[in-house]
Design a protein around this ligand. Structure first.
Ligand code: EPU
Length: 334
């Protein structure tokens, strides 16, 4: 039976710790129960959440919040080099990665310690330390909100991009991802080129030692979601054209702008832009631009949604004024 609650506080369900209310909160334990809920609440405003680690509730939610209590994973198939693992949407991503590293299966170790659940991570195409979820996703199983039918999306059909997928664009709100199938390597293919990861891993290289190094790096820079309210990176790193990048660099002659060449243009670290504008550590009401990683906004304890929105808007405006670059939130405003 689905677990349904009325008029509840969403405080435990969002890592920013916004104390807003939802009219209904419904948690299901099987795809069948999910279908029943979709039927029961047809016509209502629906929002499916994972760990609530990439959203900002801006006000009370006058509708139905759906959440999955399906939290298992299973091996589906294997060949000489790889194993297919299917994970339920409600499994905590990092719990899955810990198990995979323990089994010596490689591919997701660089994604260690990212907050969130399997389903949402496949919508958002989470990424860290040179790996994105799309690099290991084989297919995604989803249920249509309109009629409850199942559809399987190949990796290609998910149209993955930087923190982006078809589920955030043309199919937004139309499907609920119920399972994600990953292809993992039996033999380690280490990806150690991002930042100081290689030196942090040291001599003994295994899926588990990479996982541990990633966790150490993240703990040095990023707030622990269990201790400080945040939603990880608040903004996406902007990608500009080569012409725009050259114009910006010429204009800022005495400042060297850091950049990463990549498909589709030049990525400029938003953290650097924000720091240059003097926002590191700045506070607006209860919201703060995190001193150790200015791409992250945190709730110092009593932030209102408006504090976060104001701080974010002020940061965007000053980056635009100083550099002519538009940065946009990675976090979803609800
Ligand atoms: N930087 C600064 N000042 C700082 C911190 C960073 O100028 O205080 C600049 C430096 O030039 C640094 C660059 O920003 O080289 C990149 O910093 P970092 O390696 O911390 O990564 P990021 O681009 O800021 C992205 C992801 C993170 C992910 C890290 C590591 C996005 C929006 N964020 O941050 O993801 O952990 O790379 O791979 O792409 C998240 O999405 O919630 C998240 C934390």
């Amino acid at each position: 039976m689905s677990n349904i609650k009325n008029d509840i506080s969403l405080l435990p369900y969002n890592t920013f710790r916004m104390d807003v209310k939802a009219k209904i909160f419904a948690e299901y334990s099987s795809v069948e129960e999910l279908r029943e809920l979709l039927n029961q609440y047809r016509g209502e405003r629906l929002l499916h959440i994972g760990a609530g680690s990439n959203l900002l509730f801006t006000k009370d939610f006058d509708g139905v919040i759906l959440h999955s209590a399906m939290r298992r994973a299973r091996a589906l198939d294997e060949d000489g080099d790889t194993v297919l693992i299917e994970a339920d949407n409600g499994l905590v991503l990092d719990e899955l990665i810990a198990q995979l590293c323990d089994m010596g299966l490689s591919g997701m170790e660089n994604l260690s310690y990212i907050p969130g659940e399997v389903g949402a991570s496949a919508v958002q195409n989470v990424g860290a330390y040179g790996v994105e979820a799309k690099d290991v996703i084989e297919q995604v199983k989803a249920v249509s909100v309109a009629d409850g039918t199942e559809r399987i999306f190949t990796n290609e059909e998910c149209k993955y991009g930087y923190r982006d997928s078809i589920f955030k664009n043309e199919l937004q709100g139309k499907y609920i991802i119920t399972h994600v199938v990953y292809r993992l390597n039996k033999r380690l293919e280490p990806k150690l080129d991002y930042g100081n990861l290689r030196s942090e891993v040291g001599e003994s290289v295994s899926a588990m030692s990479i996982r541990e190094a990633v966790i150490r790096i993240r703990q040095q820079k990023l707030p622990e979601v269990s201790e400080i309210g945040s939603a990880g990176s608040f903004f996406k790193n902007p990608i500009v054209s080569r012409t725009d990048f050259e114009a910006i660099s010429n204009r800022l002659r005495d400042i060297t702008v850091p950049y990463y060449e990549q498909e589709g243009g030049i990525k400029i670290p938003a953290a650097w832009l924000i720091e240059q504008c003097g926002w590191k550590g700045k506070i607006v009401g209860g919201a703060q631009c995190y001193p150790k990683q200015p791409l992250v906004l945190v709730n110092t304890g009593n932030a209102t949604p408006q504090d976060i929105i104001t701080l974010a808007q002020n940061i965007c405006d000053s980056v635009k004024d100083k550099f002519g670059i538009t940065i946009s939130p990675e976090v979803n405003y609800i």
